[in-house]
Design a protein around this ligand. Structure first.
Ligand SMILES: Cc1cc2nc3c(=O)[nH]c(=O)nc-3n(C[C@H](O)[C@H](O)[C@H](O)COP(=O)(O)OP(=O)(O)OC[C@H]3O[C@@H](n4cnc5c(N)ncnc54)[C@H](O)[C@@H]3O)c2cc1C
Length: 462
């Protein structure tokens, strides 16, 4: 007979994934303890406010999916949201050394100077593609080339995945990096027809907005993890607490370190809400077994985020958009630049603008590792050529991510198998990771919700 009542559940990792899982488990009536290695919650989400500048060191925005909107309502912070400005729909891709606007509609595509006439014709011909069930995975580049041709790979896909994954489309897996496209090819053949059918479906359901809006918060993205942590009962979040070992059983025993002391506690179930390199370090059992050591091989290249402040007059470009992405073929040092002060209000002092440059990734990992002075020396000539930036920034903030974003490259399934195997071996263990469930913040939120549901179901049977 299961014993009713709340159970003790450990959540390891105080990023968005772990905090969402903890919030949902708390909502289901359980006692949750979140272990976070760092001094504050948020993980990759790091906001800094300094002298009138609001800097995002990691993610800059998130899509307000239905699940995100529901969470914000639950937490009572919907009124703290920051919406993107009206120009944010405009995005630029660099071609022949200048930023060119990305077409916003099929009609815009027909006349866009971003692509050659041949490439535009090829895009239209894609509408005739027949459904296809592939038996083996392919790289994202060859998948998209089969639909739209190589020019679209070079001047649309390449900068796009540079912006999202800091990734290389010739290495990313079509099946794991963009499962939605993989499914659309199966169901519709043509991806364009698939998008059209999805949009029609949304309209039929009364979801007029179609695409989820892009948001942040007035005080930056870290508002979300901070509010989540504060909404848990006092003492639920242990910061500066690094979990080192887990001893499976009933109950589970967790061993963690804080400062120089080693501590232990027992739990009915454990949620691991960690990226691949952290999972790889964990010891399971008393025998010192690192069961997920292979996850250390998930490629996770370095990325630098360089937040730069300028006087308005130093930048010739109107900055009337989201930002500009740079295709590898353009042979620049940066992956792209966000027009941060155009995206959201309150990011720069009056009379100033803020840009956030990303560098490194799979394309140029060595650039991602440069120190601030060397990186600035590389980035400024690009900004001068592309946006007409003159002189030195009046404000600089550099955030370095040695292992930024997991790459769902071809063969990614070899990293997923050990996760499923470990969960099957040890009931009461649930692994939620951006190396498994998707990298975007909404993916992380969904992953945390799913982990809470699964763990809740498990403990209800104890
Ligand atoms: C530079 C950059 C830009 C990005 N831009 C965007 C964007 O604009 N939009 C978007 O949607 N997504 C973006 N992403 C992706 C997104 O931010 C991440 O996928 C997401 O934040 C991961 O959340 P998480 O909770 O799964 O992991 P994390 O945020 O990494 O949190 C894991 C936490 O676990 C802690 N931890 C690790 N090991 C242990 C241990 N042994 N014991 C206890 N605690 C431990 C860590 O300190 C960390 O706080 C970006 C990511 C980066 C790096």
């Amino acid at each position: 007979m299961p014993a009713p009542g709340p159970k003790n559940i450990a959540v390891v990792g105080g990023g968005l994934t772990g905090l969402t899982a903890a919030w949902r488990l708390h909502g289901a009536g359980h006692r949750v303890t979140v272990f976070e290695r760092g001094p504050q919650v948020g993980g990759a989400i790091v906001t800094t406010e300094r002298n009138g500048w609001l800097i995002e060191g990691g993610p800059n925005s998130l899509q307000e999916t239905a699940e995100v909107a529901a969470l914000l309502r639950e937490l009572g912070i919907a009124d703290q949201k920051a919406q993107v400005g009206p120009d944010a729909r405009k995005r630029f891709i660099v071609r022949h050394g200048r930023p060119v606007m990305v077409p916003l509609s099929p009609a815009g595509l027909l006349t866009s100077p971003l692509f050659s006439l041949g490439a535009r014709g090829r895009v239209l011909a894609e509408l005739l593609t027949r459904p296809r069930v592939r038996t083996t995975d392919v790289t994202l580049a060859s998948f998209i080339a089969a639909h739209f041709g190589r020019e679209i790979v070079d001047y649309a896909l390449n900068p796009f995945v540079g912006g999202i994954y800091a990734g290389d489309p010739d290495k990313l897996s079509a099946r794991y990096a963009f499962p939605r496209l993989w499914q659309l090819e199966r169901s519709h053949g043509s991806l364009l027809r698939g998008f059209r059918a999805e949009a029609a479906g949304r309209r039929a359901r009364g979801d007029a907005a179609g695409v989820a809006p892009i948001i942040s918060f007035r005080h930056g993205l870290q508002t979300l993890p901070r509010v989540l942590a504060a909404a848990l009962p006092p003492g639920s979040v242990q910061t500066d607490a690094t979990v080192t070992s887990l001893i499976p059983g009933r109950p589970w025993k967790l061993i963690w370190t804080r400062a120089d002391s080693v501590q232990t506690a027992e739990f009915d179930a454990v949620v691991l809400a960690l990226p691949a390199p952290a999972l790889a370090q964990l010891v399971f059992s008393t025998l010192g077994e690192r069961s997920l050591a292979s996850l250390d091989h998930v490629p996770q290249p370095p990325v630098s985020s360089l937040f730069l402040g300028f006087k308005r007059g130093q930048v010739a470009h109107p900055l009337d958009g989201f930002g500009a992405l740079v295709p590898a073929r353009e042979k620049r040092s940066i992956l792209g630049v966000l027009f941060s002060s155009s995206l959201f209000a309150g990011r720069a002092p009056d009379g100033h603008v803020a840009l956030t440059v990303f560098a490194g990734g799979m394309r140029q990992p060595e650039t991602g590792r440069l120190d601030t002075a060397a990186l600035l020396a590389r980035a400024l000539p690009d900004l001068r050529d592309l946006l007409g930036v003159a002189g030195e920034p009046v404000f600089t903030h550099h955030t370095f991510w040695p292992k930024a974003i997991p790459q769902y490259n071809l063969g990614h399934e070899r990293f997923l198998e050990p996760l499923s195997r470990l969960e099957a071996k040890h009931p009461g263990l649930c692994i939620a990771s951006n190396a498994r469930d998707g990298i975007s913040l909404p993916d992380c939120l969904n992953s945390g919700v799913a982990a809470a549901r699964k763990t809740g179901e498990f403990v209800s049977k104890l």
